[in-house]
Design a protein around this ligand. Sequence first.
Ligand code: NAD
Length: 488
Amino acid sequence: MRTQLLIDGALVPGGRGVFPTINPATEEPIGAAADGDPDDLDRAIAAARMAFDTSDWGRDTALRVHCLRQLRDELGDEIETLREIVIAEAGAPRMLTYGGQLQTPVDDLAFPADTAERYPWTADLGEAAPLGIATRRTVVREPFGVVGAITPWNFPHQTTFAKLGPALAAGNTVVLKPAPDTPWCAAEVGRIIAEKTDFPPGVVNIVTASDHRIGALLAEDPRVDAVSFTGSTVTGRAVMTAAAATIKKVFLELGGKSAFLVLDDADLGAACAAAARTVTTHAGQGCALTTRLVVPRRRYGDAVDAVVAAMSAIPFGDPSDPKTLCGPLISARQRDRVQSYLDLAVAQGGEFGCGGGRPGWAHRGFYIEPTAIAGLTNDARAAREEIFGPVLVVLAHDGDDDAVRIANDSPYGLSGTVFGADGERAAGVAARLRAGTVNVNGGTWYCADVPFGGYKQSGVGREMGLAGFEEYLETKVVATAVASGTER
Ligand code: NAD
C-alpha cells in the first residue's frame, strides 16, 4: 500500500517518492508513505493561503460545522481501518485505540463543531465616549488565517484532531505536517477528507515527509499566520525561533517529567499500582504520564516492592493483543535513547527494582521492559530529563512541603498526581503544583471540554476545551463613531 499527500483538495504523490513506514513491534516495513519535498510544502501553503484569502470558509460557520461533523462520521465509518493502522504503525496497544489513541479524539471532533455553532463571534461593548468621541464598540473574534500544524508520533490521532478540530472550526485553513514515524495515520485522514467530505480545496492540506526540515520550513514561512506544534521541548524551541522572524503566533505542547505524589496517609499499594500502570501505558510514550513517584521516606522500601509487583503484572508485549497495555517503543532510535538513560541511571547510583533493558524474548521489536529505578535523588538526570519510555524513578520525600518542592523542582510543568486519604489535604497539595493538569486520587482530566497544556518548558497555550478553541482566534475591535444616537 502507498499513501498520498493532500494538497489543494487532491491526493497527489510526494515529490521525493516514498519512504518506508516500520511496524515497531516487528521491525518489518508495513508499506510506503508519500515523501513530500519543499515544493510540495510550497504548494500546500499556497493552497491554504488561497482558500483562506479568497473563499468564505472563515466566515461560513455553518459550512465548517457541517464539514467537521461529516469528517467525524466518516472517520467513524472507517474506524476499524484506522485502528489497524495505528496499532501497526505507532505500536499503539489495541486497548488504547478504544480511548485516547483513536476513538476518543474522533468522537471529540464534536466539541469544536458544537463550540463554533454556539460561539459568540461578536460582543457589543455598547456606547462610550473615550477622548470625548461618542463611539459604539464591537469586539469581533476572527480566525488567524493559515495554521501550520506539526505533530509527533506517540498519539498521532489525538495530536492531529486536537489541532485540526479547533483550528478549522475557528475558520482557519491548515497545513498539517505529521511525524515521519506515523505518516499513514495522517495520510488516511487526508484520504477520507478528499474522498468523503465537503471540505473545500485548500482548507486542509497534509504533507507527510521523511525529512524533519519540512516542519522547519512550515514554521518559518511568512504565508503561515500561526504554528501549532506538539513534540519535544528541544524542537519546540527551534519552532519558536523559526516563527520569531515573522512574529507569528506560536502554540506549543511539549515534554514533561510529571510527579506522582503519595502522601503519608495514602493507600500505598493502590497508589504504587496506579503509578506503575500510568508509566507503562503505551510504553511510557505520553507527555503527561507521571514518571517520578515521590513517596514518604519511611515507606520507601515498601513502595519500591509494590511498584515492582505491579510492574511485573503489567500486560507487556504485542500491541495487537487486546490485553496489552505496554507495547514497543516507536523506533530503534527511541529504544536506544531509553536504554542510554537506564545506563546513565545506574552510573549515577540508581538500582533497578525491575526491568532495565530489552526483554529476553524480544528478538524483534523495539521493546524495553517496564522498569523501576530506586536509589536516585531528584537531581539525577533520569529524574530530571524526559525519557519517554516505561521507566519510573522512585524518589523519597520528607513530608508534604518536601513532596511539593520535589514535584516543582523540574524545568517542566505538564501534569501531576496526588494520592492521599484526606481529600482536603490532597487537594491542598495539588493546588501547590506548578503544572497544567493535576489529578487527585485517580481523577481523569482528559476530556474534550478540558483545557490541556503545560507550565514552564512544557509549553505555551492550551489545547482542547474552550481555551483550545480560542487559541485559534484573533481579536478585532470595530469602533464606530455615533452622533446624536445615530451612526455616521
Ligand atoms: P519531535 O520534537 O522530535 O518531533 C515532533 C514533530 O516536529 C515531528 O513532526 C517532526 O518531524 C517535527 N520537527 C522536527 N524538527 C523540526 C524543526 N526543526 N522544526 C519544525 N518541526 C520539526 O518529537 P517526537 O519525538 O515526534 O515526539 C515526542 C515528544 O513529543 C516528547 O518530547 C513528548 O513529550 C512530546 N509530546 C508532547 C505532547 C503535549 O501535548 N505536551 C503530546 C505528545 C507528545
